[in-house]
Ligand binder design. Structure first.
Ligand code: BG6
Length: 495
């Protein structure tokens, strides 16, 4: 969770946000709408400016029209919102150029210089571009003298998104080379799952509620399951996806972050160093996964809600005969006093029956249960943390069914965010971009955290590739391959 207690930035200091890759999906669907949402809530500095940069030639007006299409009035309805939109868009300008050309960024520099500010501005460079461009862009920005690390001149921060390399070695290489331009302190590695409301609540749930603390360990927890499913196909991203596959796309980052937050010890205090120290410790205690504890699979043709879908190999852009997994399940073991012997089962799949992310904590059965007879066949207690959709927390308990005999059943204590809390739940990017501006790094991936996460998956990824392991097959719109059910059953669990 973020460690800054009140939202708010130094509004008096001018800010420029440079979005490199401004015409792409990430920028248009997530970054600009998030910046607008912050603007609507008065969370951007009084003097701010947004410069979109990309290859395509576009006038400022054409750029603004593309940005406007994706803005929504979640925080301020009606006419007031139209007014805010107009003002927001007037602060957006566009520069086209080549990503690796310092001349193009000099043009951008000029653009920034035209904007009169009371003081040198702070700068956020958001790289909404594929990672193979990060380095060239960083150097070109540097050569155009856009990057500064001096407080008097205003700070510069860079935001980058995964994939950070494709294994431990390539990730280290990227980290090292980016450091030639941006120090670790200036670097904000996003994992957008950390900005999701329910994920930010994990530390609150664990460390602000006494009831969970004494039972959050191997003595009381039987297994932890983290499941991420999407009932979607590749959505035009076949080129990227086929190179990376589901383990690198979702498991090594989003799922491992959830593992870390469930497994970590309490940080010394709520600050970004201590929080991340504990996450790193938890990740370092995860043993490298043996091939036998991993299932990989690829979807074949099938249907969701009556709509027919191609199989992975028939999708536009997937190479013939590709064995890239669209589904993976793995059993993680954490070698420390709290978790020894408790399997953490994680799975991620595209082309499944529904889109859902949840964390399930299954407790041990009741020792010496005097209701054993009546409770026969009922599952053990379970805490379900539903990340999306329909954010919520559910505790599954055994309860007496009202009536004259003794009849027990499983019932739910249910907290739904939609009914428990008023107001819009912020999008993950709103929360994270605000943190970048505020300089709160607790929700960003530190270099050693990235290393620890890659160490968990690198050996098995290499083995899968060296052995050309053929993925199992599952139907699009199904619950995944049988082999994954068998893996969970081996650890006494069910997905
Ligand atoms: C991205 C993955 O990181 O997360 C995508 O690259 C995936 O493959 C997406 O679809 C899911 O994000 P969300 O927020 O929609 O669950």
């Amino acid at each position: 969770m973020k460690t800054t207690s009140t939202p708010g930035v130094d509004r008096s200091h001018p800010l420029a946000v440079v979005v490199v890759g401004a015409s792409g999906d990430l920028a248009l669907k997530k970054i600009f709408p998030a910046l607008f949402a912050l603007y609507c809530q008065d969370l951007l500095p009084t003097q701010f400016h947004i410069v979109g940069f990309a290859r395509s030639e576009m006038t400022n007006d054409a750029f603004r029209a593309r940005v406007e299409e994706k803005l929504t009035c979640r925080y301020v309805p009606g006419q007031q919102c139209d007014e805010l939109m107009k003002n927001f868009l007037s602060r957006c300008t566009y520069v086209s150029g080549n990503y690796d050309s310092s001349d193009s960024y000099r043009q951008l520099h000029k653009e920034l210089e035209h904007i009169k500010t009371d003081a040198p501005e702070n700068r956020v460079f958001y790289m909404a571009i594929p990672p193979f461009l990060f380095l060239d862009v960083a150097h070109a920005l540097h050569d155009a003298e856009l990057v500064s690390d001096e407080k008097e001149q205003g700070w510069s921060r860079v935001v980058i998104e995964k994939p950070f390399g494709s294994d431990r070695a390539t990730s280290d290489e990227l980290t090292e080379s980016m450091r030639q331009v941006f120090s670790e302190n200036q670097t904000y590695r996003i994992d957008h799952y950390l900005g999701k409301e329910v994920i930010q609540n994990l530390l609150v749930l664990r460390f602000a509620n006494l009831i969970f603390d004494p039972i959050w360990n191997r003595n009381h927890i039987k297994n932890v399951r983290i499941s991420w499913t999407e009932n979607l196909s590749l959505q035009g991203r076949a080129g990227y996806f086929d190179e990376y596959g589901i383990i690198r796309d979702v498991m090594q980052n989003h799922l491992l972050q959830m593992v870390a937050l469930v497994a970590m010890e309490q940080p010394v205090a709520l600050n970004s160093t201590y929080v991340r120290d504990e996450k790193v410790k938890a990740l370092r205690a995860v043993k490298p996964i043996p091939l036998g504890d991993v299932v990989v699979a690829q979807y074949g043709p099938g249907a969701v809600n009556g709509k027919q879908h191609f199989g992975y190999l028939q999708e536009k852009g997937t190479p013939e005969g590709s064995i890239t997994p669209t589904y993976a399940a793995a059993a993680l073991k954490i070698n420390n006093r709290r978790w020894d012997g408790v399997p953490f089962l994680i799975r991620a799949g595209k082309g499944m029956s529904d889109s859902k992310t949840e964390i399930r904590i299954r407790f041990q059965s009741m020792p010496g249960n005097i209701f054993a007879q009546a409770a026969k066949g009922l599952p053990e207690n379970e805490l379900v943390i539903q990340v999306q959709p329909d954010a919520g927390l559910t505790m599954r308990i055994v309860n007496r069914v009202p009536g004259l005999g003794i009849r027990l059943d499983e019932t739910k204590l249910d907290l739904r965010y939609s009914s428990a809390f008023e107001g819009a739940i912020p999008d993950a990017y709103e929360s994270l971009i605000l943190d970048v501006i505020q300089g709160d790094k607790s929700l960003f991936i530190r270099a050693d955290e990235l290393e620890a996460a890659w160490d968990i998956f690198t050996p098995v990824l290499h083995e899968l590739e060296a052995k050309n392991v053929e993925p199992e097959s599952y139907e699009f719109g199904s619950g995944g391959p049988e082999a994954a059910d068998a893996l969970a059953a081996r650890f006494g669990a069910k997905w």
